[in-house]
Design a binder for this molecule. Structure first.
Ligand SMILES: Nc1ncnc2c1ncn2[C@@H]1O[C@H](COP(=O)(O)OP(=O)(O)O)[C@@H](O)[C@H]1O
Ligand SMILES: [Mg+2]
Length: 366
């Protein structure tokens, strides 16, 4: 088996396609090159509308987007290899998470939809492509999420030491990496998704850079308390969530019409920090803690997370060897490798599936 794999993901933030080239020839996986592919604005607008529609966007639109964004993913692969001056023949496989349009782990028959056809990616790149990573776990009673704790253990686990990783994407998730190789974890709740939605609604900005707008407001203690009282935060694991649940409708139900917009933003940032800190306190108080995902680049959020986790010294995963922006994409490269080796990619203690199994379907280019 060749040692080079490519991981692809666009998370719920829909801020672009992350592509990571991972070299597995050494004792630890090494990030060899990275590339971010942008969605054309017209596609980004349709994707956000489709995700907001909770499945009501229609089959024709979902199928069209499935095909259109597969082309964006494939272009990201080719640009990644071009930038790295790497011959495509050296790649063993691509692992493509795709773009989640719907995640319904609590449905009568739990289901989840990631678009960005892996068959098309395989055809357009000429490379073996592994996709549909979540369905098999769900078929065995799991949430199909989060998948990150397993690859966080592969990347960052240390024998004899408990470590924790928080990934702050659209949704935030916590991984607790035990020193004996065991792993637990769950989605803690909103990461950037409410902050982004509120900034977009009030200011037409994709996100609140470094939390500057949040910093200009005051946390509303009553609103924060009502938001934190949501049952999701105290529910036991396994649990996973998405913007289908944590969205502006959810926020509006807590009563915000009489609040200054910047105070709402300040309160939302504190909600992300406090809900993550609550999970850290409950699951791994005192463990060494590293943060990844776009939220790790938000300096005010990191400041507030640090203040809410006084027992932990906070670093970004860059300090542990993989830059915060590339952990997830690299993880799907490793999951593709595990699939080809027929090794498990899920952890029943995390997802609730009845057993561990290799994840993903394998698409051959010809
Ligand atoms: N400098 C920054 N300041 C504030 N927020 C940031 C910054 N950089 C990234 N982000 C946030 O990170 C998000 C993207 O994070 P990412 O980990 O890619 O999420 P996802 O996995 O959902 O795509 C952006 O939408 C934005 O909210
Ligand atoms: Mg992203």
């Amino acid at each position: 088996m060749r040692p080079l794999f490519i991981g692809l993901i666009s998370g719920t933030s829909m801020d672009g396609v992350d592509a990571a080239l991972v070299d597995c020839s050494g004792p630890e996986p090494r990030l060899a090159a990275t590339h971010t592919g942008a969605y054309p604005e017209e596609i980004a607008v349709r994707l956000r509308a489709a995700a907001r529609s909770k499945g009501e966007c229609g089959l024709a639109e979902a199928a069209a987007l499935d095909a259109e964004i597969a082309a964006v993913f494939a272009e990201a692969v080719l640009a990644l290899l071009d930038g790295a001056r790497c011959d495509p023949d050296r790649i063993e496989a691509i692992g493509s998470h795709g773009q989640t349009l719907l995640h319904a782990p609590d449905a009568r028959l739990p289901h989840t939809v990631q678009i960005g056809s892996p068959a098309r990616i395989a055809a357009l790149t000429g490379m073996v492509t592994v996709g549909d990573f979540r369905s098999a776990d769900m078929a065995l009673g799991g949430q199909g999420a989060p998948l990150a704790p397993v690859f966080h253990q592969w990347m960052f686990g240390r024998s004899g030491e408990t470590r924790a990783v928080v990934n702050i994407g659209g949704i935030a998730n916590l991984s607790v990496l035990a020193g004996d190789g065991g792993v637990t974890g769950y989605d803690t709740g909103p990461g950037n998704t409410l902050l982004d939605s509120w900034a977009r609604t009030c200011r037409g900005e994709a996100y609140d850079e470094n939390g500057q707008w949040a910093r200009s407001g005051q946390v509303n203690a009553g609103l924060l308390e009502r938001l934190l009282a949501d049952d999701y935060f105290s529910a036991p694991a396994p649990k996973s969530t998405g913007p289908e649940y944590f969205n502006l409708h959810w926020l509006e139900r807590a009563g915000i019409s009489d609040k200054a917009p910047e105070d709402v933003q300040a309160t939302l940032l504190e909600l992300t920090a406090a809900s993550i800190a609550g999970a850290v306190q409950a699951s791994c108080a005192g463990a060494a803690l590293a943060v990844c995902g776009g939220g790790a680049s938000n300096s005010f959020l990191m400041e507030r997370l640090s203040a809410n986790c006084p027992e932990s010294s906070l670093v970004t995963t860059e300090a542990w060897g993989v830059h915060q922006d590339w952990v997830e994409a690299a993880g799907f490269a490793l999951l593709a490798r595990a699939r080809l080796l027929r090794e498990p990619g899920n952890e029943p203690a995390v997802t609730g599936a009845s057993r561990a199994l290799p994840l993903g379907g394998v698409f051959l280019p010809s």
